[in-house]
Design a protein around this ligand. Sequence first.
Ligand code: SF4
Length: 343
Amino acid sequence: MALEIRRPEMTGRAPLVDGFQRRITYLRLSVTDRCDFRCSYCMPEAMKFLPRSEVLSLEELHKLALAFIARGVRKIRLTGGEPLVRRDMVELVQALGSRLGHGLDELTITTNGTQLALFADRLASAGVRRVNVSLDTLDPALFEKLTRRDRLDKVLEGIAAAKAAGLKVKINAVALKGLNEAELPDLIEWAHAQGHDITLIEVMPLGEVEGDRVDHYLPLCVVQDRLEERWSLSPSTHSSGGPARYFDIAATGGRLGLITPLTNNFCAGCNRLRVTATGQLYPCLGGGERVDLRAAMRSDNPEAMLDAALDEAMQIKPERHHFRIDARGAEPSQPRHMSMTGG
Ligand code: SF4
């Protein structure tokens, strides 16, 4: 059933401002917890996914997004799991795409790329201009080790299709000690040679995984020092509206982002909220605070209940995360996996 194309009532409702006077303008909306990969730092091989009955319908995801736009959210990133494994998700992109210029400034997506070749053209025609593709290595053997799937070719095909469709691609790579550590300069050079920005991300301690995160946590201050021995990294004023700090690298002709939750906290400038595919609003990636938007939406007075729920989220949003990866065998900072909140 096609989603109804309608403008959100810009009724001058109060913008979302939290207890630390941070204005929330960015929603990361997970449309599924399912994924066709099993990345070792994200989820266990035998990951148990949610029954479909618990996941929001397309109509509910759409209504929810409108409620956020009506409260001043300007950027929506669709995430997963892997968002493109949810087949009807393109309808949501098309419906939300019609908001661009009507309360919404940007609609984007984070994907692992395997389905991108199938959807790139439709994403572009729906108004998506940029996509983030998660890619930690160009080495097929390491790729299979990290994702537990032999699909590097599919991802590279997807990236090429996105570029051909006119989408601006940004590569997101998790920096992993002893795994892709030595390859990072080559990955950066490859991305820039393709005309793609690339962002390196520190591992975050979310959910139980096999092995110990201490073994693969690589502080990006260490990586930055090494890269500066090779290239001049000029700080850039560029912002994607997310937590990355950007640098221009004249030698490779491209832009490098660093997302450093553990070595350079960025919570003071937080502008975002996350909603899971089951309609649970997490005001902070690193916090356990949660507001049930699904219950609000399925109540007798969904609009008012949703509004009240968003107000509650502003009251309980914590100042910052308290991520740590410094003790072997330590509990993760949060029991839920990254795939639940879509990063
Ligand atoms: S960890 Fe929480 S407070 Fe910090 S930037 Fe992320 S969502 Fe915002």
